[in-house]
Design a protein around this ligand. Sequence first.
Ligand code: ACM
Ligand code: ZN
Length: 688
Amino acid sequence: MKHLIACAVSAWLMGTVLCAQETDRITGSPSWVIPAPAGTELSDGTFMIPETGASFYIKGTSTDGLAGYLEGLPLSLAQASGPGKADVLIEIGGKRLQDRNPESYSLEITPSQIRIKAPAEAGAFYAVQTLLQMTREGKVRQLQCCRVEDSPRFGYRGLHFDVSRHFRSKEFLMKQMDAMALVKLNKMHLHLTDGAGWRIEIDKYPELTGFAAWRPYRSWQEWWEGGREYCTQSDPEAQGGYYTKDDIREILAYAAPRHIEVIPEIEMPGHSEEVLAAYPELSCSGEPYKNSDFCPGKEETFTFLENVLAEVMELFPSEYVHIGGDEASKSGWKDCPDCRRRMQEEGLEDVDELQSYLIHRIEEFVNSKGKKIIGWDEILQGGLAPNATVMSWRGTEGGIKALKSGHDVIMTPASYCYLDYTQDAPFKEPASIGGYVPLAKTYSYEPVEEGVTEEEAENLLGLQGNLWAEYITRDSHAEYMYYPRAFAVAETGWTPAGRKDYGDFRERAIALCDQLKDMGYTTFDLRTEYGDRKESQAPVEHLAKGCKVTYNIRYTDQYPASGDGALTDGICGGWTYGDLKWQGFFSDADVTVDLGSVKPVHYVGATFMNAAGAWVHIPQKMEVYISEDGVNFRPAGTVWQDISEKHDFIFFKQYSVICNEKARYVRIYAQRAARPGACLFLDEVIIN
Ligand code: ACM
Ligand code: ZN
């Protein structure tokens, strides 16, 4: 008898179509694997991995890397003398498989042998990763007989590492590669440069690593709130670091047999304070600590960028170099004589076109070396460089636009793929930049957006999870943020969309987190997940629900929630002001609610959010006024901000006044915090 648990597998996979049926999950079977294989068929019987370890034999074309990798695994694999004698027989290549995706594989487990067939070494490697999960890294020795036919949905399945905000050792990166490989993630995006520190040795510019890589503050937050200055490596206070070229070679040598492409990012023209402190002649002002953007008017800027990129491209085998392109302030460009001259000479209308000029020129240089650029979606501003790949992070519009103009795209929309956002209730999580991206949200992402045609989607390379590290000082904290959400990125990138099922995935994710913990990783604990803010999960009934609100000060169009009715729609917000339930004010808030007729009023309250990392602060005070006629108001009470300033991160405070009044009109006036740029967010004015 056979238990069929797979569905929707392409007929071309070994010429078989398998169909779906639920079954209990069996230990040592592929039904535990992340990402879920495209097709799985269980059969009777088991294969026992010998106590002394299993033997393997590789038939066909492979590098020494695969054999060396297998010998180092916890399965104690050793080479067998011939194919018939091997416990694990791996066949790579062969005419019949040559048209298949090189990352695809088949895995057959019979009582006498484990057989892997793959068109290329990458596929064989992924078959072994499936086995590693089935055996829980060698702990489970009895494997269920089965056949797995597997192939990825997308070729780009990435994870991003911000080693600028907090430097991480090469050992940390290599450790993460093992976890990445286990879930078949194949691109490591290294964000090597940013204002917080330069992290790669460049022979031509020694100040980048002698000065721009060091700061007299351990944490990004202390540096950001302190002087934002740098120091020399020899300074006794120096914190930071960089990868030497030999370190990079070591990282790359570890990545290659794990089939991980390491993509370096060198930021330009923005996020470059550290370079401009070391080489101020590359900025518009010519002075250190004045600008964050390179000056595109100066030829020296291009000489520098091309020299740096030449060394970087020589070092990394990746076909890509990521050139950043995000969040340039461009603030110095308008008044810079060099920038103005450049704009005049090149016929550039505005600073967006000046940025586009820089990106085009850099692309030409990178293309001339046989490589391609990736840039954040701001590289669309002023006109996209002809061969650029767009990484869409500010939502998906940039990615969709790039796909529609025939460009390659990698999707990484912040509201699904930013792993620096809090993954659970902020009161139980480490301080973070804010947001709320639980595992379910990351998992729910569908990269082929509505309105994208099948033909356009051919240029959609895949997706990536990003971990910006402003608030992540410790390695263990970084791992906690990656896992299990990186598993969701992996499954969306690999598994056919129709096979995805969150409930099933969550169970597998709990088990894989346990496996990673056994392997020495820190992970988030899904078993104690709290979930979204309870208030947001059901409408609240109150006297003012559905009543008209007059805005004496209007909310910002950036965060309207449901618009003019948002504060009395009965809908309360979740853990993030970005969930379209919180209404935002870049000012004080001042609204009047009309109850429709004079009614007894005993309670007037509103909840405000605090997310200090995003300049969201609870108000200094909230005043409540009431009126029968809408003209003559009298005070009903004032509530003060009475929480210590030390409560710095995400929390919620309810401001409420208890009274014993009769009124038709209720006005609340909330005065924002006395901090630069402070804004207010509230979700509902509750009156009873
Ligand atoms: C980004 O998050 N600034 C790409
Ligand atoms: Zn300039």
